[in-house]
Design a protein. Structure first.
Length: 183
């Protein structure tokens, strides 16, 4: 990785964490502007490079507050997983991988027989949600009435598992993680 690319990744990571950004392209552009680099022609860092820098940033500057926030996000995810247990929930994304910031949403993948079952369950639980359908047929349910934003994902039969999510935690694994560490 070139020096400019490394610098861009580090500054973008800082911007993402400090501003609680979810738009990483915007963070890359802001980082380029802060470093005085042109948006075109400068090699852009990959998501994996930015994730590595976010993890480094959190370990250096996150402190007890970040550890408490990550633990609370994981506990909140576990509560949701227990409420949705019949859909075999799996926690993926930044909260599962341990580099989440306060603006990171919790992402749960579900496997119902029919996506409508998820909607009926959310209604029965009294949860406000917004359903959407992705181009590939994946059903998405956005929940914003809790402590952190949450996205429930029901992949269509055609959709493959998202390769970006390297760590996939089932409820029992998340319980073990919470019991074994401060995070």
């Amino acid at each position: 990785m070139s020096h400019d690319r490394e610098s861009l990744a580090a500054v973008a990571a800082r911007i993402i964490v400090e501003s609680e950004l979810t738009d990483w392209q915007l963070a890359r552009r802001k980082a380029a502007a802060q470093l005085g680099l042109g948006a075109h022609g400068t090699p852009q860092p990959s998501d994996d490079e930015i994730i590595a820098e976010i993890a480094t940033y959190q370990s250096l500057y996150g402190g007890d507050g970040w550890h408490a926030q990550l633990r609370a996000q994981r506990e909140y995810a576990l509560e949701a997983m227990q409420a949705l247990a019949r859909f075999d929930p799996v926690l993926v994304g930044p909260v599962a991988e341990g580099w989440a910031h306060a603006g990171s949403g919790i992402r749960l993948e579900l496997s119902p027989e029919n996506p409508k079952e998820v909607e009926y369950t959310l209604i029965d639980l009294g949860v406000d949600f917004t359903p959407t359908l992705a181009r590939d047929g994946t059903a998405l349910y956005e929940i914003v009435d809790g402590d952190w934003p949450m996205r429930l994902v029901v992949p269509s039969g055609r959709a493959a598992a998202d390769a970006r999510h390297k760590r996939r935690l089932r409820p029992v694994q998340l319980k073990q993680l919470l019991a074994s560490s401060d995070v």
